[in-house]
Design a protein around this ligand. Structure first.
Ligand SMILES: *Cc1c(COP(=O)(O)O)cnc(C)c1O
Length: 367
């Protein structure tokens, strides 16, 4: 049996007619940049997130950069984020001209350890970017109270968490703003690059839109210099089709995760943990093994099962962050996790048969 980490083709086949029609509609109406498809998706996605405003942009990295700029964050400012994420999170902080301050993770959820945030706050700290990694909501209540106490902005990196919920609230509607990626492999994926910024703040949303569109509202009336980062009409039309199916796909991912949890019981590894009263959307299903990770990965590969590591080097340990002054123990948990985590195949179309095949192989490896 051959099981990929994620299967994008299977999903396309299941909605091919609608997708193909949506794409040809955009082409027939030459609504390539801006236009009705773009507008329609922004409205649908804002509703989906339970917020008032959505600005479609070129990708998730730009979304973070644009949002930080629209919050007025720039040179001289510090932005706090998690030591365990994709580099886009910290890259965006630097793109905005601010300094990155990493915080170690909670070893149970792999998300930012909220108990370690306050000690890193200085006079220059302006914002916190919690990352809802793997589709697991970060613990937002402590983050909200810290932000209130020190007057900081909260920008959610929700690139892996479309549709997730924290204590009854949709991810994306909790902080001052949130950023999403529609990279093809994300839970809501385009057929190319795409991203969005959502918020309930109209001034912020308007500024973000201007930054994404050369600092203008009208064609040649540029109020300041921005960038070119817009969501294509074709991507917007595809996303609008796929958004209708997302709740269904999310439930399937959750069902797959609980089947994995059940079948992996009794094996010496750690299954993902959910904090109380949240809904995780399992962008990734990440297990943790205390030893022999590489061997397990190889064994699964030789049995046709693809796996991944998200991420093999914790952000502060990357060469790109050599310039930061660090103490050896600052990122113990993130460093330890990076050596033990393993992402198993996860997508809505994964079958019960495939999951029990995978867990059987894992059982065999450990026996
Ligand atoms: C994918 C991702 C991004 C960046 O999104 P792109 O659309 O690839 O630019 C940012 N943060 C996290 C956590 C991501 O997974």
């Amino acid at each position: 049996m051959n099981i990929p980490l994620v299967d994008l083709h299977e999903q396309y086949i299941s909605i091919k007619k609608e997708i193909d029609r949506a794409m040809s509609d955009v082409i027939n109406q030459t609504a390539f940049i801006g236009g009705p498809f773009h507008k329609s998706f922004e409205k649908s996605f804002a509703d989906f997130c339970g917020v008032q405003f959505c600005v479609g942009v070129g990708n998730g990295t730009d979304a973070l950069y644009i949002a930080l700029r629209a919050m007025g964050i720039g040179p001289g400012d510090e932005v706090i984020t998690s030591a365990n994420s994709f580099i886009a999170t910290s890259e965006a902080i630097r793109m905005a001209g601010a300094d990155v301050v990493f915080i170690d993770i909670d070893p149970g959820t792999y998300n930012i350890d909220t108990a370690k945030i306050e000690e890193k706050i200085t006079k220059r700290t302006k914002a916190i970017i919690p990352v809802h990694l793997y589709g697991q909501p970060a613990d937002m209540d402590p983050i909200l109270s810290i932000a209130k106490k020190y007057n900081l902005k909260i920008l959610e990196d929700a690139a892996q968490a479309h549709g997730a919920e924290y204590r009854g609230q949709k991810i994306g509607s909790i902080g001052d703003a949130a950023c999403f990626s529609f990279y093809p492999g994300k839970n809501l994926g385009a057929y190319g690059d795409g991203g969005a910024i959502v918020s309930n703040d109209s001034t912020f949303a308007e500024t973000a839109r201007m930054i994404s569109n050369h600092g203008r509202i009208d064609k040649y009336d540029h109020k300041f210099e921005g960038i070119n980062s817009r969501l294509d009409g074709i991507q917007a039309a595809i996303l609008d089709v796929k958004l209708k199916y997302l709740p269904e796909w999310t439930e399937l991912r959750r069902k797959n995760a609980s089947l994995y949890n059940r079948l992996l019981k009794g094996i010496p590894l750690r299954s993902p943990e959910e904090i109380p009263d949240i809904k995780a959307v399992y962008h990734l299903y990440v297990i943790r093994v205390s030893e022999k990770r590489e061997e397990l990965q190889k064994y699964l590969k030789s049995n046709g099962v693809s796996t991944g590591i998200h991420y093999p080097i914790a952000l502060p340990n990357l060469k790109a962050y050599d310039y930061l002054k660090k103490n050896d123990n600052d990122f113990n948990e993130a460093t330890k996790a990076s050596k033990e985590i393993l992402s198993l195949p996860m997508y809505a179309e994964l079958t019960e048969n495939q999951i029990s095949y995978i867990t059987d192989k894992i059982k065999m490896f450990f026996s």
